[in-house]
Ligand binder design. Sequence first.
Ligand code: NDP
Length: 421
Amino acid sequence: MEKNWSGFYKKNRAERLDIINEKILDESSFELLEKNKVLDFETANNMVENVVGTFSLPFSVVPNFVVNNIAYCVPFVTEEPSVVAACSNAGKIISSCGGFKTVIHDRKMIGQVALYDVENFSLAKDTIMTNSEAIIKIANEAYPSIVKRGGGARELEVKVLNEDDVTFVVVYLIVDTLEAMGANMLNTMLEAIKPFLEQLTGGNSLMAILSNYATRSIVSSKCEIPFDKLSKEDGKEIAKKMELAAKFAKMDVYRAATHNKGIFNGIDSVVIASGNDWRAVEAACQSYAAKNFRYEGLSTWTCDYEKEVLIGELSLPMPIASVGGSIGINPSVKVARSLMKNPDAKTLAGIIVSVGLAQNFSAVRALVSTGIQKGHMKLHAKSLAILAGATNEQLEEVVEKLQKEKHMNLETAKKILTQFK
Ligand code: NDP
């Protein structure tokens, strides 16, 4: 049955849960959500060190977000006003014209062993490559369960890096980690091959560790939006400006940083909700933004004037998992995954990159048309009113009055509130 998400943002919590309940969540996940059962102290205390409590953030959904012809209800965890609204709006427009199409180019992780004090670099490189099968065998024997599941170490690459008076022989191990992100898997394998590499090269190992530059886990998302969906009056003009905005973000690092921050407003929200390591995703993607030896905007927007469509594309490393880490531990993650129908790692990676593209669409479109502040100021006024101490009943009126004021700040919000007493 097609769900009616219309006006979801205007509904109260009970009404929203009612819509979600209907066919989206499994029973146990719905119960967790309904009772707002979050991470308890005991579990948190076993996850990390020095725990004194738990820390909450809003848990929202972006409904009806179409990726590869499937409509998802995407969980968002973010504290930033307007992020969920912007993605929902983009999702609605783009879903109405075919949604996002994704390509998973590969799904492997890379780890590295850096060797120093190697006397003959080119001989070391040749010896490592000649023994690559034996090295891969040692790696796989160190983590047999992933091999049993159908994954494991697949390839080796070697590079000699030389700068000033320092030379490293670096061995890159490429591993199919299946549904896991694979940090612990890789680290175990890398530490296991370290002694053999030292023996083969006569050098010393400096370190053996996963690389977060996950260039063997690239995922692309694409969408096509008819000009008239951008605006009835001047869609073509907006499309042209969006193309220019993407080019500008490639050319100017000051813009690129902000352009990409907008992309990660969405990406981080879903990565956190799905229990994944957002620092790992940030590290992967931010370094990918510098792949051309300058930091660039990650997305592109191109006009096809013949078809009268704007084409959006985003390709990113997305080392995302459906198992491992804290994924099975945090009850909120269970709810988030259930909202998306428990996607496997590749499907989840496709949803996440599409969310990044949607978020970028909203931000760039607003920037080249109405400007970003129009939508932001109402939400900012709401934050100020809450901060000033407005109750739920007072909130709407305070926000309305605050928006009419010349100086919208905490002091003004407090002054408005005094009129209520
Ligand atoms: P885990 O150590 O949790 O390993 C994944 C687990 O999932 C394994 O126990 C594996 O079982 C199990 N599993 C079940 N089904 C599958 C399947 N189909 N495919 C793959 N695994 C399966 O996590 P990772 O190795 O993925 O490491 C991620 C964690 O490491 C994150 O918490 C991250 O924050 C952290 N980390 C990150 C670093 C970085 O980014 N640089 C560095 C160090 C840690 P089995 O063992 O039986 O195969």
